[in-house]
Ligand binder design. Structure first.
Ligand SMILES: [Zn+2]
Length: 500
């Protein structure tokens, strides 16, 4: 008997189902469960120029316990614009005005969502159009026909920034760059030279004007320095491969060959400077180990700025007209990973480097670079510390110098390094006008380094041409030269300390 009863129920259920369409079946399933419908539209302002504009709706259904309903999958609903049903989620209204939008689920009670007010407006609705550089390409200086710019555009209306209109603006955009026109905001290549004005316009409204100084890159003959690493015998001694690696990294950095996940800097250049490990001793004999000179000492210095240490370096350095001298030592006492003495100039040929030295004199400080042993013994991984220090050696200052004079290079945005250690190393920086930009310059302290800029190159070339006691081509007709004479050490001349 029991078996027959179960069979009977089964047939009743089958019969019930077969009388309904799929949709009706779904509706009846939802019928008693949908209690509330929430409608959100990410676009509420529509310009009359954009007919057939897609609505961007999010419709959510909730049950009687106010729980999201079945992940809101495939619940059929009807869209009402005012009292009319619209077939597709598109707006097709050329007349300015306000319109109410809601959706309805056809239950017996006809459950409606909240109303969303849409407004169809003309260009006059925009009170201000704000054009800006994107964070990654914020720079008023660029090199023509190299890296492209990205811009951002915001429309301001009576209630502040008008949300959800980016697509509509893009479809009606005219971006004037100098005397050329573009129809997009990203990947805009600057192909003219000179001071260019950039202005956007949409719906007859003009934006503010940005200025870009577009210049042509200049190449100079390659200048190659030989480098000697002086290693004190009482500290960790790096391997030959490590020194070769240092040189390779410096060549990549100064050759403009470093690529990172960041967008390439608009002013990144090949500086024309190159480096190699020295192969001859100052007396002309072949070096035992290429590029490496071991200084036998058991002196332990309390302070890396110790005068005694400067005396040792001053007396140990090789002819600075032939070599870049790099000392490897323990810098723990000053919490720095490197430092460099600035170049020897007899005239103030570039800002920030005082040329107050008597002309044509003997050398009186150890023009050299120092790197901490931690960069080699596995304690710190910072592959371009040498490139950073060579930057100082060639007269560059830190890009985060200050907000007044900065680093005397216009194409490196002036900024101040954040004091908060958790963000101090971030590539995300704020410039001195409080606008965000990405810094990947070798003369900042950041996680990722990848560029020297055009102005930094020009500065280094100028320093190179005017400095004394720097390796040069002695046959060049205009080279400023002075045979290396070790004078009296002046310990008051201090290097730039790099606390990275
Ligand atoms: Zn530094």
């Amino acid at each position: 008997m029991k078996k027959i009863h179960i069979l009977h129920s089964f047939w009743v259920l089958l019969l019930f189902n077969s009388c309904m369409t799929d949709r009706e079946s779904e509706n009846s399933f939802y019928l008693n469960q949908i209690n509330r419908i929430q409608l959100i539209s990410s676009k509420t302002i529509f310009f009359t120029e954009n007919l057939q504009e897609d609505l961007n709706l999010t419709v959510s259904f909730f049950d009687r316990d106010n729980r999201p309903f079945l992940n809101n999958i495939d619940v059929p609903y009807v869209i009402y614009l005012g009292d009319s049903v619209i077939k597709k989620p598109k707006l097709d209204l050329a007349r300015p005005g306000k319109y109410n939008l809601r959706v309805m689920f056809p239950t017996r009670e006809h459950t409606f969502s909240n109303e969303v007010e849409l407004e169809v407006v003309t260009g006059d609705y925009i009170s201000e159009l704000v054009l800006d550089f994107s964070t990654e390409t914020r720079n008023e200086f660029t090199l023509a026909n190299k890296e492209p710019y990205d811009f951002t555009l915001r429309a301001i209306g009576p209630n502040g920034e008008i949300p959800g209109v980016a697509d509509q603006m893009l479809r009606n955009l005219n971006l004037k760059v100098g005397n050329t026109n573009a129809t997009r905001l990203t990947n805009v290549v600057i192909d003219q030279l000179g001071l260019l004005e950039v202005q956007a316009s949409v719906f007859g409204v003009n934006s503010n004007i940005l200025k870009i100084n577009s210049r042509e890159d200049i190449s100079y003959p390659i200048k190659e320095f030989q480098v000697v690493f002086h290693v004190f015998s009482n500290i960790y001694s790096p391997t030959t491969a490590q020194f070769e690696n240092e040189i390779n990294n410096a060549n990549l950095a100064f050759g403009g060959g470093v690529r990172t996940s960041f967008r390439r800097n608009l002013n990144a250049v090949d500086t024309g400077f190159r480096f190699k490990l020295a192969d001859k001793n100052p007396d002309g004999s072949l070096m035992e180990t290429k590029g490496v000179n071991r200084i036998i000492t058991d002196q332990v210095f309390q302070d890396a700025e110790d005068d005694e240490l400067y005396i040792l370096k001053f007396n140990s350095m090789w002819d600075p007209n032939q070599y870049i001298n790099v000392f490897i030592e323990d810098l723990s006492s000053i919490d720095a990973l490197g430092y460099a003495f600035l170049p020897f100039l007899t005239e103030p040929i570039v800002g920030g480097l005082v040329g107050n030295f008597p002309p044509e004199t003997e050398l009186f400080y150890p023009i050299s670079i120092t790197l901490d042993k931690k960069l080699f013994d596995g304690q710190v991984n910072l592959k371009d510390a040498l490139s950073h220090e060579i930057g100082h050696y060639l007269g560059l200052r830190h890009t985060f110098q200050d907000c007044q004079t900065g680093d005397y290079c216009e194409d490196t945005p002036s900024h101040v390094r954040p004091s908060n250690p958790s963000i101090a190393w971030s590539n995300n920086r704020m410039n001195c006008s409080n606008a965000p930009f990405i810094s990947t310059n070798f003369m900042d302290y950041v996680i990722t380094w990848d560029n020297f800029t055009f102005d930094q190159k020009e500065r280094m070339v100028k320093v190179y041409e005017n400095a004394l006691f720097m390796p040069k081509d002695f046959n060049a007709p205009d080279a400023r030269l002075k045979p290396f004479m070790r004078g009296q050490l002046d310990p008051s001349i201090k290097p730039i300390i790099c606390n990275f």
